[in-house]
Each structure stands twice: as C-alpha cells, then as structure tokens.
Design a protein around this ligand. Structure first.
Ligand code: AMP
Ligand code: MG
Length: 409
C-alpha cells in the first residue's frame, strides 16, 4: 500500500506537505471581541483610522506654557483635565494647569512638570529652564491615519489587542480556530484512577494532548480510549470527522499487528504521507478522513510531544493563516552530544538563561521515546540536523521551547 503515497519522507518534505495542505484549507474569518482575541490570528491587515495620540496632549501633570518665556513667572489662567476640552489660549506670561492626557491649549508649546515649579505671589515660577516640546505628546506621533499597524497572519498578543482598542476597534477579524477531536488507541490503556490488570498501562497521552492543545488556546474534545478494533476505530473517526476540523489520534500507526490506522485511513479517507525521517516520531501518519484533517501520532509519549509541537502545530497554525513553522531559539549546549542516525532528531533539553542572559540548553538524552521522565524534566526540544554528528558543549543549536519556558524560574 505504501506505493500510493509518500512514505519515509524527510522532515522538510513533511513540513512542505503540511504547509501546502493547510494553505489550501485555510479557514474563513470571523469577528471576535478583543477580549477573546488572545492568540487568534488576524485575518486582515489592521489599518489605523485614527491618529494616536488623537490630539496634542500633556505627558505630565503640570503647567502648559510658552517655553520662550524662560524662567519668568506665569499667571495661571485656568485648568484643563484629561477628558475635557475647554478652549484655552496661553499667551506670553501665562500658563494653564494641566493633567496627564489633557488636551494642550492653543499657544503653549511645553509642559512644566509640577515638581519643577514653585508658587510665588500667586504666580507659577519654573525652577529650571524648559525646552519647546517638553512633555507634549503630539497628535499622530505614534500612529498616523492609514498606518498598517498589525499585519494579517499575526497571532495577537495583549499589546496588539490593546493597540486595536486604542484605535477604537471593538472586535477584529480572525481566522476561525480549528476544532480538534482527540483519540487515544490501544487495548492496554486505562484511565488514570482505574486499577490496572497485568499488561495494562495508564493513558498518559490523552492529558498530554489535551493540555498541549489547551496551551495553544484550543478546546479539544477527547473520546474514550479506542480499542485496537478496526471497525470500532473507523466508526469513531468517521463520526468525529463530521463535526471536527482535525481528528488527532495517537497509537496504532506503526507496523505492528494491532496498528490499524494506516490501512484504515487509506480505506476510509486519504493518506498524504506516512512515516517521516524524524526521531522520535517516525511513524507519523497524515491525511484526511471525510472533511476533517487526520493526524495520527505515534503512541510513545515523547513521540507525541515531538510530532505535535512540530508538524501538529504547523498544521493548526496553517489552517489559521500562518504560513511559516514556529521559529526556533538559538542556545548554547551545556554538554557534548552526538548522534549516529540519519534522521532529524528532537532531543529533550532544559533551556535556561545563564548569568549573562544567554540561553543555554542542558540535554536530557535519555534514549527511548517511552522515557517520560526526561521529557518531564525538559522544556525544549533540541533540533539536530539529519545525518550523524557531534556537538560540543558551547556549540549553538536550534531549540524549540515548550512548557511555558518564559515562566520557568
Ligand atoms: P503503538 O504505536 O500503539 O504501538 O504504541 C507505542 C507505544 O506507546 C506502546 O508502548 C504503547 O503502549 C504506548 N502508548 C500508546 N498509546 C499510549 C497512551 N495513550 N498513553 C501512554 N502510552 C501509550
Ligand atoms: Mg497501540
């Protein structure tokens, strides 16, 4: 059956196919209120329809005045607070009390900080010279009308959402987020909390996939564990394919007697590729079932991590209009490593900042994609290029951070 679709392809080729499929099925856009926009991908460039600041205003609490009057005392002609727009004109020898964000009066070209003034015989006297423009925020100095302030394809963060709010946007067009159904498969799997019969193990991938997806802002729905029975699996996947954008499975994709998924996908749907020259994660299966995308991750927990964080996220990003794979960080190795095989390797590692603020990564090279402890003690995947190689402590390598690296202490 393997001659009908690409198999044992390079990681780069897998990225290309995933990118192509995602681009061809990019989701339509919908409008979401800003408070629901975190992590969503902007579907149209955001152009400014207002200038920012919207009007000349004060950057300080103090007195708006004419700088050309130097240190001369000024007569106070009134006050302007943020949110009011009384029309004042400041003449020579005058000043206007003003608060941060309040509209500048006509005639004034600077704001004297309250702290740099004293009151003498009812007059305001600067205690130091002031230059024209000091503490004045000019209309449009940040954003001009027509500026393209956020580009289509941006995954929105808090400051971008706040910029949209400052521009008066109540909601934004974003690509519809894919819905994801999760299936774990295997006769040996029991839910944590149940008792184990001999030969059984706890299903650890379900919560791994659930939380990896939740961390990306998805709301995955997990099915009960599927037994290694082709008809049962097929019925469940067909069912999910009606209602979800992505059917994500783990287990049952290798060459064992109970690995039914490759055949099943070929029969029930379409295979884009099977097996990628990566380690861990080689037996990855990608295709389509019904109208849904299908991604069959291998069963070993570390393979789930590596395949989801790379190609899985690329697919989900791509459906939301992001063209490129996630960027990697560069970090210095804290230990020597080597590899003998030809595949691209995703080695677990602990990323941290050294005392100079430089990124360092300590490899956790426990061999075997079943070794969960090394993954649990890691927050990044060290990406090692194809072919045998040796890397010395201090060499710079690419790493893919996960597990909220930024918040690690
Ligand atoms: P498979 O690809 O189904 O042959 O699974 C490969 C290995 O991963 C086997 O040792 C399975 O028991 C294990 N495995 C599969 N699914 C899970 C799961 N959901 N949680 C923990 N281990 C799993
Ligand atoms: Mg299995």
């Amino acid at each position: 059956m393997t001659d009908m679709f690409p198999t044992r392809i390079s990681f780069a080729e897998a990225q290309r196919i995933v990118g192509e499929v995602a681009a061809a099925h990019r989701h339509a856009s919908e409008r979401v209120p800003l408070s629901r926009g975190l992590g969503r991908v902007l579907a149209e460039d955001l152009l400014a329809t207002l200038p920012l600041p919207g009007f000349d205003n004060s950057a300080m609490d103090g007195f708006a005045l004419r700088s050309e009057d130097g240190l001369a005392p000024r007569r106070l002609i009134g006050e302007q607070f943020a949110g009011t727009a009384k029309s004042f004109t400041v003449e020579s020898g005058e000043c206007l009390r003003i608060t941060t964000g309040a509209r500048m009066p006509v005639g004034a070209d600077a704001v004297l900080m309250k702290e740099n003034s004293r009151v003498e015989s009812g007059m305001i006297v600067p205690t130091q010279p002031i230059r024209s423009g000091t503490h004045v925020r000019r209309q449009g100095e940040d954003v001009a009308i027509g500026d393209r302030v956020i580009e289509r394809g941006t995954a929105l963060n808090a400051s971008q959402l706040s910029l949209a709010a400052a521009l008066g946007q109540h909601d934004l067009p974003v690509y519809r987020k894919p819905t994801v159904a999760i299936f774990t498969t295997g006769d040996e799997l029991r839910a944590p909390g149940q008792s184990l019969a001999p030969g059984e193990i706890y299903d650890s991938n379900r919560v791994l996939l659930q939380t990896l997806l939740i961390a990306e802002g998805f709301e995955p729905v997990a099915w009960p564990v599927l037994p290694d029975v082709p008809e049962t699996i097929a019925a469940a996947l067909r069912d999910a394919a009606f209602s979800f954008d992505l059917v994500l499975t783990c287990g049952g994709v290798s060459a064992g007697e109970k690995d039914h998924l490759p055949d099943l996908l070929r029969r029930e749907g379409q295979v884009h590729f099977w097996k990628v020259l990566m380690r861990p994660g080689m037996p990855l299966l990608f295709g389509k079932i019904g109208d849904a995308h299908f991604l069959g991750l291998p069963g070993n927990p570390v393979s789930v991590l590596a395949t989801f964080l790379t190609l899985g996220r690329q697919l989900l990003d791509g459906l939301q209009g992001i063209g490129a794979p996630r960027p990697m960080l560069s970090a210095r190795l804290s230990a020597d490593i080597s590899k003998a095989h030809e595949r691209r390797e995703f080695l677990r590692g602990m990323l941290s900042c050294d005392e100079h603020g430089e990124l360092r990564v300590q490899p956790n090279p426990a061999d075997g994609s079943h070794r969960l402890l090394a993954a649990a003690r890691s927050n990044a995947l060290i990406v090692l290029a194809e072919g045998p190689g040796q890397w010395r402590s201090g060499d710079v390598v690419d790493v893919l951070a996960y597990a909220g690296f930024q918040s690690q202490r």
